[in-house]
Design a protein around this ligand. Structure first.
Ligand SMILES: [Zn+2]
Length: 376
């Protein structure tokens, strides 16, 4: 992965954590406008998952006034802004910074949209907007890897997966670190807020930069599969926002992930025909997928009969492999975020980003949760 500091190269051989802090002297600050950014008020309210009337009550302002501010029809005075930021637990200048970039609602899709509460969907879409802010801010300090995601919109999932493997020179080997692989190809990855566990991983593309929010509460195997699933969306469905939540698209992304993590050519030659459970468990550890995903793939390729598949699935369920992943792998971490947040001093770097985009430090840490090894 190429990650270079724009200002202040790391001294040769020195471990990043021991580097004295060399923050750029010209910090990027979003322009503090004399006015007010309606998109920020809406973002903050949805992020806190409260209604207009709840905010009105907390801030001592009328509901209609809040509607007017959010819609940009009226501008709150300084003192009103202060009431709002206090009620929303934000920095005083949060609402007067530049408007947030628009991320089209259709760009963010949810696996189980009909079952995901609207307030969770709104908050997750808000996270997408904030991800753009966070990475734009980081790019003032670092040159991050450029996006290299092949666009294969009309390909079958299995073919698309094979082409991406070829394009990235992966051969038919197991993917040792799915997260780092994606980061090295320019994907910006952040952690999904644990408050809405019903929102699965999701991805979107903004200004040709791909982003993925990944759930960090799952097993390492499932997290890798989610990343591969989202890669499938980026490769096959980017720019196709007409039916963002269609079942076919979900099935395509699942099939892509399965084919990408478990290349057919290798499974055919690996002696996986009629594999018994022990062999399946051995193989799933080798490929870094869940036992269920391994079994599904073998059946899908015709290496297990229907009966063998059902028998294996029943036995795996009995052994606890449906609910979790016994003896599973450790979830992957973000090498990119680790490098970014530790090369200039973790604590100060998080604080700097928080100051730049007008959030509290705790709000930034939610996006990094479980992705960066040490507390920053
Ligand atoms: Zn999906």
């Amino acid at each position: 992965m190429t990650l270079s500091l724009i200002r202040g190269e790391l001294p040769e051989g020195q471990h990043s954590q021991s580097i004295p802090l060399t923050m750029p002297t010209t910090k990027r600050q979003l322009t503090e406008t004399s006015g007010f950014a309606p998109s920020r008020l809406l973002w903050a309210r949805e992020h806190r998952m409260i209604t207009r009337s709840e905010l009105a009550h907390a801030a001592g302002i009328s509901v209609s006034a809040i509607a007017g501010y959010e819609q940009g029809r009226t501008t709150p005075s300084r003192s009103t802004q202060e009431k709002l930021t206090n009620a929303l637990n934000l920095k005083p200048n949060f609402l007067s910074l530049e408007d947030l970039e628009e991320v089209p609602a259709a760009a963010v899709s949810f696996r189980k949209a009909s079952k995901t509460p609207k307030k969770h969907q709104h908050a997750a879409r808000g996270d997408a907007r904030m991800a753009v802010e966070i990475f734009n801010s980081l790019e003032k300090h670092f040159k991050l890897p450029a996006a290299q995601i092949p666009a294969l919109p009309r390909f079958k999932p299995a073919d698309a997966a094979e082409l991406v493997r070829a394009e990235w020179h992966l051969g038919d080997r197991p993917i040792s670190d799915m997260m780092s692989l994606l980061e090295s190809k320019g994907v910006r990855i952040l952690s999904l807020d644990h408050r809405y566990s019903d929102v699965d991983a999701f991805c979107f593309t903004q200004d040709r930069v791909p982003y993925i929010f990944v759930s960090t509460t799952k097993s390492g195997e499932r997290q890798r599969f989610d990343l591969a699933h989202e890669l499938g969306h980026l490769v096959m469905h980017s720019g196709d926002d007409e039916y963002p939540n269609s079942k076919e698209r979900e099935k395509e992304a699942q099939d892509f992930a399965s084919a990408f993590l478990l290349p057919a050519s290798r499974l055919y030659t690996q002696g996986m025909h009629d594999a018994h459970l022990d062999r399946i468990l051995e193989a799933k550890a080798y490929w870094g997928v869940s036992a269920m995903a391994m079994t599904y793939r073998l059946h899908d390729l015709g290496l297990l009969s229907d009966w063998q598949y059902r028998t294996a699935a029943v036995e795996l369920t009995k052994r606890g492999y449906r609910a979790s992943e016994p003896d599973g792998i450790t979830p992957e971490r973000s090498q990119l975020l680790y490098k970014v947040f530790h090369s200039l001093g973790g604590y100060r770097m998080v604080q700097d980003i928080a100051d730049t985009i007008g959030l509290r430090r705790e709000d930034i840490l939610v996006y990094l949760r479980d992705l960066v090894m040490r507390a920053v």
